[in-house]
Design a protein. Structure first.
Length: 100
């Protein structure tokens, strides 16, 4: 199960990156149950809406992700996120899709 964060283009990418990589990611790393985080910066948009960056945070299952969302560590990460990405981020739960 994944928590996906899509970020729109910030007005000041350098300040955004400093806040994201210097403060926010270390806060996220302390969230219980988080197994792995992959951050991708988009380099080109071929079609549709344009985004700056995406973070994929992997949890073992939906129950663990839902529990993590209620922890003090996640609350601290969310408060931090609001200081530099307010109005720029979309958060979603995602699971791998399989053909049926």
């Amino acid at each position: 199960m994944r928590l996906i964060a899509l970020y729109r283009q910030p007005a000041d990418p350098q300040a955004f990156d400093q806040a994201y990589f210097g403060t926010h990611l270390p806060l996220m790393a302390s969230v219980p149950g988080l197994q792995k985080t992959i951050v991708s910066r988009f380099t080109r948009t071929m079609m549709g809406d344009s985004f700056y960056m995406m973070a994929e945070m992997t949890f073992p299952d939906e129950a663990t992700l839902k529990q993590a969302m209620r922890t003090p560590q996640m609350a601290a990460a969310g408060e931090n996120l609001a200081t530099f990405a307010d109005g720029l981020v979309t958060l979603m739960f995602a699971e791998e899709a399989t053909a049926s």
